[in-house]
Design a protein around this ligand. Sequence first.
Ligand SMILES: Nc1ncnc2c1ncn2[C@@H]1O[C@H](COP(=O)(O)OP(=O)(O)OP(=O)(O)O)[C@@H](O)[C@H]1O
Ligand code: SF4
Ligand SMILES: [Mg+2]
Length: 356
Amino acid sequence: MSAQALDARIGAGGTAASTESAASQSAGPLVSAMDLAKTFDVSPPLLNRILERKPRVLLHAVDGVSFTIERGKTLALVGESGCGKSTVARLLVGLYPPSRGGFRFDNIDAHAAFKTAAGRVLRRRIQMIFQDPYASLNPRWIVEDIIGEPLREHGILKQGAALKSRVGELLSSVGLSPLDMVKYPHQFSGGQRQRISIARALATEPEFLVCDEPTSALDVSVQAQVLNIMKDLQRERGLTYLFISHNLAVVRHVADQVGVMYLGRLVEVADKQLLFATPQHPYTRMLLDAIPQMKHTGRSRTPVQGEVPNPLNPPSGCTFHPRCPLANERCKVERPALQMLRGVRVACHAVEENRD
Ligand SMILES: Nc1ncnc2c1ncn2[C@@H]1O[C@H](COP(=O)(O)OP(=O)(O)OP(=O)(O)O)[C@@H](O)[C@H]1O
Ligand code: SF4
Ligand SMILES: [Mg+2]
């Protein structure tokens, strides 16, 4: 979706609001990821490895990602396909154990908790919305069963009138009718199906929603509707979002903070206004320059160049160096650390050396 199309449909403002009540619950961020990493073993089968004398092959999908999200706020993660966004999402909802590092949720060590009985409570408090509402809803179930499942699963409501009434409330909260609960997923449009997914995610009254490209599969006008519903729900309920998108025009409307990922690492984390007004990392600049309607900041434009390298054989030093117009010898050998520079967190030697 273009920046202008979204502007027109969502209207002015565009920031995801937080509620004062949620922000004042307790001090400190709701979510703190620390050196979060996930390595996949993508080696050929053992027998082939022995016969062909091939080594084990490891893919570092997420390699040391740290961030915090304040209550009631939205952190958006952006980056090209394969940079590790969905893997971060899956780590945060406990679908994957981390290979290194971890994250704290409301000061609880979440990955330790996921392994114990306390994990059940945590799973109620953290929910995920997936990209594809077609695939994530069971086609053989009516909506009442789909939205009622987490309520039954967590022992919140078992059955009967109370469950029906709660499902009706949840449908209303996403702009659907309680009468819709007797229908099957195929009887809804794509946007309506994603609203059903959101209603299901809200059933356990979570505080944190991990949204992995929730609107990417939808038409422009429908995307805007779903984004507006998500923003309203955030305002009403003080929800905290991790919002994943490859579309910076979408991110501009939903995020408070933006984290830019490249090959499994964060290369820039900044407040949304700063990121869009004064992007620091050459990769962030390249992503912004790819949006034609985005307001011009006065910098000369660098179109997106080159391909994302193979994550199985990442470049040395700064992994962005083969595509970077500012790369020098240091960049080829020394990996830049994410550090506070110019009011943002950025991993780039050129920014550190003021030669950008
Ligand atoms: N279960 C898995 N086993 C092996 N490799 C995986 C697995 N899941 C992801 N990967 C690899 O990890 C890297 C990151 O994948 P991920 O799905 O997190 O990227 P993404 O940023 O979400 O991409 P997209 O924008 O296409 O959804 C990719 O190279 C991918 O091939
Ligand atoms: S560290 Fe070097 S190669 Fe990497 S983004 Fe900065 S200037 Fe470019
Ligand atoms: Mg993904």
